[in-house]
Write a protein that binds this ligand. Structure first.
Ligand code: PEP
Ligand code: MN
Length: 346
């Protein structure tokens, strides 16, 4: 932390700051410039945060130098992390495709979508059993029956399951079926949910809040990490802007920015950002080219009948193109396309 003194600060003002810092167990390094004095604080920043340094006479500004998130910060962990989901890697050296229906609707639809996901190069199956919908009249998901379908489809195809949890009280139930817990954009600052997910013993896919800054997103990840779970993957899924041509504006720069600030893997959701089938492949290519560790994509065997987000779901004829894009970008960037584990022998 650095304290910038006002040009007219007196020596007594400077000494008062140094004394207060010393009483909080820190050290103050005073640098007297031509027009201003700056004071560098060394010690545990949490002790300084409780001091009202701004209120002291002669203090012009208090600047934080280190990131407010610690456990997920790259400052404290220079190596980028690899998260594994039932053996499937997400992170440096790998390109991981996650695909599946927006929502689990029926066993047949989920199984067909899982086969489509595998054809698209996916090694993880997505699908919501609990859906956070803007309208209370929209399909809310099948709940536990949907989790059972996902688990049966995992047994049949071998694809580990990524599924959303929307309420802290459901975390244990969802974690008993899922291989990775998804926290959606609308819940990125549901702190009780983040904490419960941090204690669930499963990797977490944390989507960026549609109105959240990158710092707020990383602070949300810190809530999960603080409960002892560092198996977190960040997902940029588009933010709210004035633009209406897309469902959300894909903040492609968030990928390298978040990878620079945090050691956690970062993937992109081109389906919920673009909101249109025709945008999903171009946005997937952009995400992989900018260095995303993977993409999460909606697919559906019959999007015209989908109970949720049909217009953005890829169809059969798109799958080979997504797989080729993932393979080509992986090879160009020296990464390996992650493979699905073999199906369980039953
Ligand atoms: C989803 O992935 O199904 C979803 C609801 O996404 P988001 O939270 O990004 O809107
Ligand atoms: Mn959706």
């Amino acid at each position: 932390m650095v304290i910038v003194m006002a040009p007219d600060a007196s020596s007594a003002d400077i000494e008062a700051v140094a004394d207060l810092v010393a009483t909080a167990g820190g050290e103050a390094y005073v640098t007297r410039g031509v027009s201003r004095t700056i004071i560098g604080l060394v010690g545990d920043v949490r002790h300084f945060e409780t001091l009202d340094l701004r209120a002291l006479p002669g203090v012009s500004d208090v600047l934080r130098i280190s990131a407010p998130y610690k456990l997920v910060s790259r400052e404290n962990n220079a190596e980028r992390s690899l998260v594994t989901v039932r053996g499937v890697p997400i992170g440096p050296g790998h390109t991981t495709v996650i695909a599946g229906p927006c929502a689990v609707e029926t066993p047949e639809q989920t199984l067909q979508a899982a086969h489509m996901a595998a054809d698209a190069g996916a090694s993880l199956l997505r699908g919501g059993a609990y859906k956070p919908r803007t309208s209370p009249y929209a399909f809310q998901g099948l709940g536990e029956a949907g989790l059972k379908i996902l688990s049966d489809v995992r047994d049949e195809t071998g694809l580990p399951v990524v599924t959303e949890v929307v309420d802290a009280s459901d975390v244990d139930l969802v974690a008993s079926y899922a291989d990775m817990l998804q926290i959606g954009t609308r819940n990125m600052q549901n702190f009780a949910l983040l904490q419960a997910a941090g204690e669930a013993g499963k990797p977490v896919l944390l989507k960026r809040g549609m109105n959240a800054t990158i710092e707020e997103w990383l602070m949300a990840a810190e809530y999960i990490a603080q409960r002892g779970n560092l198996d977190i993957v960040l997902c940029e899924r588009g933010i709210r802007t004035f633009e209406k041509a897309t469902r959300n504006t894909l903040d492609i720069s968030a990928v390298p920015v978040a990878q620079d600030l945090s050691h956690l893997p970062v993937i992109v959701d081109p389906s919920h950002s673009g909101g249109k089938r025709s945008l999903v492949l171009p946005l997937s290519r952009a995400a992989l080219a900018v260095g995303a560790d993977g993409v999460i994509v909606d697919v559906h065997p019959r999007p015209e009948t989908a109970l949720c987000d049909g217009p953005q779901a890829l169809v059969e004829s798109d799958l080979a193109e997504l797989r080729d894009a993932a393979q080509t970008h992986a090879a160009l960037l020296g990464r390996t396309l992650a493979e699905a584990p073999a199906p369980a022998v039953v």
